[in-house]
Write a protein that binds this ligand. Structure first.
Ligand SMILES: *Cc1c(COP(=O)(O)O)cnc(C)c1O
Length: 433
């Protein structure tokens, strides 16, 4: 079997990275790559999928990848930023995002964070009535241009990964719209506070099917229509429909299903696109997951109890979710030899692929049939551009690996690199100095 086009593209990146010592068995045994061409292609599909005659702000969910260089590139590609902590907020500002193209979410916004967002004029999605009381108080103390709305929990049910589902009956997020008396209480809050001009839902991440997302957004539109009807004017002028478009972790297709998403919304919530509302989206995973990957050297291999194990330099520190929830977050693994060339399919073996962390569960794949791995080979953990290398786990004081943006030169077909994050080793030991 010939290596796929995608493997050949990755092989070119690996060969160049080895050549430039961005990957080195001893000095940098793990590194991550983000393919900018694929990101740009994906974003073109995103922008085209939505109707051109409706104002839409696509605010990238910074938690999916909050590196400043990434947020900066996404800004230049036309995205805003959705932030959910002071750290993400600072990263977005440093990346040049402007307050009117940002959204502040978080279920635990502190008074200081709220004040900061209100001072800058960043839109706020209020999670609950206690937070709302704070926002109202802060606004009385100092005027603010921040658009403000409530996050609704449409309580339409959970997807296939319960930890990722935010619209279940008992989710910690938002105001539970279907609970007794809640809808009326919320509508009254809008009627009493004319500055409440937005509303928001985010039904969940990976594992929520499009009809479920559509249903939740349908609840949002109905709510906004009802508020506006009772207010007798277009009080709510912007709907923030969240993110959560699932990506497929099984193929090399880098373009997310934005067209299917919009089609599902037209079906489930036709009034969303009627022109009464400007829109905000908050996609994260579907923007970057498929465009990034992690490469790591195989340090050793062994046979244990009849099982073959490859011990590599990528484990829980860069693939935390996969290691702790392997059934919910399986990753494809591509294999390469020490020169970066794709490994031939044979000989193959059923193998465990382990990481460097000192706990037994540090496995990124178990019982997986793969080309037989040898010391000095490279593995690639695919579809890890969001929530993986950018969201590390400091176990064993393992450093964050370097992250490199990749750009192919159209003339030579060869990849060039821009370092988005250097490997972290020096910082790691500062607090002990
Ligand atoms: C996590 C999150 C997102 C992004 O979800 P993806 O699945 O990465 O698209 C958007 N909005 C909110 C409020 C979130 O918590």
């Amino acid at each position: 079997m010939n290596p796929s086009e995608a493997d050949q593209r990755r092989a070119k990146v690996l060969a160049a990275a080895i050549d430039q010592r961005l990957l080195d068995v001893d000095d940098s045994p793990v590194a991550a790559f983000l393919d900018w061409q694929q990101v740009a292609d994906n974003l073109q599909h995103l922008h085209r999928a939505f109707p051109a005659d409706i104002p839409v702000l696509h605010a990238f969910a910074a938690k999916a990848n909050s590196m400043v260089g990434v947020l900066e590139r996404l800004r230049r590609l036309g995205m805003g930023a959705e932030v959910a902590s002071d750290g993400e907020l600072r990263a977005a500002l440093e990346a040049g995002h402007t307050p009117e193209r940002m959204v502040f979410d978080s279920p635990a916004k502190s008074r200081r964070e709220l004040q900061h967002a209100l001072t800058l004029g960043i839109a706020i999605n209020v999670d609950n009535f206690q937070e709302f009381a704070r926002v109202a108080e802060l606004r009385r103390a100092a005027p603010s241009v921040s658009p403000v709305g409530f996050r609704l929990n449409p309580q339409v049910g959970a997807g296939s990964i319960s930890a990722m589902s935010t619209a279940s009956a008992h989710s910690k997020f938002g105001v539970p719209l279907a609970d007794p008396g809640m809808r009326e209480r919320l509508i009254q809050a809008y009627l009493d506070h004319p500055w409440l001009n937005r509303a928001h839902v985010h039904v969940g991440s990976q594992g929520c099917p499009l009809p479920l997302i559509g249903q939740g957004i349908g609840v949002l539109v109905d709510f906004a229509d009802e508020v506006n009807a009772r207010a007798g004017r277009a009080q709510i002028d912007t709907l923030d429909i969240g993110g959560g478009l699932p990506v497929d972790f099984d193929t090399d297709q880098p373009i997310a299903h934005f067209d299917d998403y919009v089609a599902a919304l037209r079906e489930a919530a036709p009034r969303l696109f009627c022109g009464d509302y400007a829109l905000v989206t908050e996609f994260g995973r579907s923007i970057l997951a498929k465009q990034g990957w992690i490469a790591a050297y195989v340090e050793y291999t062994k046979e244990v109890g009849g099982r073959r194990i490859a011990i590599t330099h990528a484990g829980a520190q860069v693939a935390t979710r996969t290691v702790f929830m392997p059934d919910a977050w399986p990753l494809r693994i591509a294999t390469f030899d020490a020169s970066g060339a794709p490994k031939p399919a044979r000989p193959a073996a059923v193998q465990d692929v382990a990481g460097p962390c000192c706990f037994a569960g540090d496995l990124v794949a178990q019982g997986r049939e793969l080309p037989l791995l040898e010391p000095g080979d490279l593995i690639a953990l695919l579809d890890t551009g969001a929530y993986y290398f950018s969201t590390p786990f400091h176990y064993n004081a393992l450093p964050l690996p370097a992250v490199h943006g990749v750009e192919f030169d159209p003339a030579t077909g060869l990849p060039g690199f821009d370092t988005l994050r250097a490997a972290e080793i020096d910082d790691l030991v500062h607090d002990r100095a």
